[in-house]
Ligand binder design. Structure first.
Ligand SMILES: Nc1ncnc2c1ncn2[C@@H]1O[C@H](COP(=O)(O)OP(=O)(O)OP(=O)(O)O)[C@@H](O)[C@H]1O
Length: 359
């Protein structure tokens, strides 16, 4: 297997009569052999454009793409040996599953019929499609189509595998099973893989490392734990985590606290110059209700769920709400007065102007 490297990769779309769109603004990535990188970001951040440039389906505006250390940026798609499984499957309806899988292999030539059949059967078995080899795409479920699309990318033994929103058309139950299968297959076969998704759960559970992207720029690159525990800026903190982190504006004071309102001061995890405007980030699992002298708050809403509840609280005088996970037996009434304590070790602080984490 081989690694993949992107160097200063850029894409500007220019069309007559319209302003140019800088879809990808110089990204650098280096994937080790067999690594699965999740490219995560909101709609329009440039994920698909990046994938299409790597696959050779979109010319680059600048930068380089290296597979196994060799530049492929000048090569047409067919000569890059990169497998792509698209979100919309792109299967040929008149062909059976076996023929869909064989199509790419035959198009590349150099294989006998027996070779093609053997390879198709081997991949079908890996991906769990053996019983469906004679079926037509129209008769398959979304999950099965997704597997055919994946198998078709794998059958060519690509150096690099690109997965574009592979689970987006599946229902919740199928998504869980397919996600586990995908992880198993990718680890078994050891392909260097980029998985494009806007779904943080998919990225957090599948990827070895995640690149969080916004407006064509990588905001942070790290393991799922690094991204979740140490978000580099307000955008990453807000985008990763469900229920979302509370981001509370405040002003640092002289003794290591931020003043969120006249009534509420919260301890900061790092020294910050007095008077600096900050945003304090607290995840719902890092706050708890407390009987002692915690921060005063009012209950805005409480959803008691089976495993743990979620309370929305208004800290006295603060503009933004704070979410708190509550124990299953807890019931809170609207407008009830409570006190909360945040875990200092897991409190995040960002510069209010730049949004960058202060560490
Ligand atoms: N062919 C094109 N011509 C002009 N602009 C384009 C073209 N394709 C994409 N764009 C623009 O480039 C930016 C990035 O689009 P891209 O499809 O790469 O984002 P994405 O993160 O994959 O979004 P989604 O998750 O919605 O697919 C967007 O502003 C989009 O409107």
């Amino acid at each position: 297997m081989t690694g993949l490297e992107l160097r200063e990769l850029r894409k500007t779309y220019r069309s007559r009569g319209r302003p140019a769109v800088d879809a990808v603004r110089g990204i650098d990535l280096n994937l080790g052999s067999g690594e699965l990188l999740g490219l995560l970001g909101p709609s329009g951040c440039g994920k698909s454009t990046t994938l299409r440039m790597i696959a050779g389906l979109e010319p680059v505006t600048g930068g380089d793409i290296l597979v196994g250390g060799a530049s492929v940026v000048e090569r047409p798609a067919q000569q890059r040996n990169i497998g792509v499984a698209f979100e919309n499957y792109a299967l040929y309806p008149p062909l059976s599953v076996a023929e869909n899988l064989a199509f790419g292999l035959k198009a590349r030539g150099r294989r006998t019929r027996g070779d093609v059949d053997r390879k198709v059967k081997e991949i079908a078995e890996r991906v769990g499609l053996t019983d469906l080899l004679d079926a037509r795409p129209a008769g398959l479920s979304s999950g099965q189509k997704q597997r055919v699309s994946l198998a078709r990318a794998l059958v060519r033994e690509p150096d690099v595998l690109l997965l574009d929103e592979p689970l987006s058309h599946l229902d919740a139950a199928q998504r869980d099973t397919t996600r586990r299968e995908l992880k198993r297959i990718q680890k078994d076969l050891g392909h260097t893989t980029i998985l494009v998704t806007h779904d943080q759960e998919e990225a957090l559970s599948l990827a070895d490392r995640i690149a969080v992207m916004k407006d064509g720029v990588i905001q942070q690159l790290g393991t799922p734990y690094e991204i979740y525990d140490n978000p580099a800026n307000v955008f990453v903190a807000d985008f990763v985590g469900e229920p979302a982190i509370a981001l509370l504006p405040g002003i640092a004071d002289r003794d290591g606290h931020a003043r969120l309102s006249d009534a509420v001061r919260i301890a900061l995890p790092v020294p910050v110059d007095a008077g600096r405007e900050v945003v304090v980030g607290i995840r719902p699992e890092d706050v708890r209700l407390t009987a002692e002298d915690g921060l005063p708050a009012r209950v805005v809403a409480h959803e008691p769920l089976l495993e743990s509840g979620i309370a929305t609280l208004a800290l006295d005088g603060a503009e933004r709400h704070l979410l708190v996970l509550t124990d299953p037996e807890v019931r809170l009434a609207h407008d009830e007065r409570v006190r909360v304590a945040a875990d200092l070790q897991h409190t995040h602080v960002f510069d209010a102007e730049t949004g960058e984490a202060l560490r």
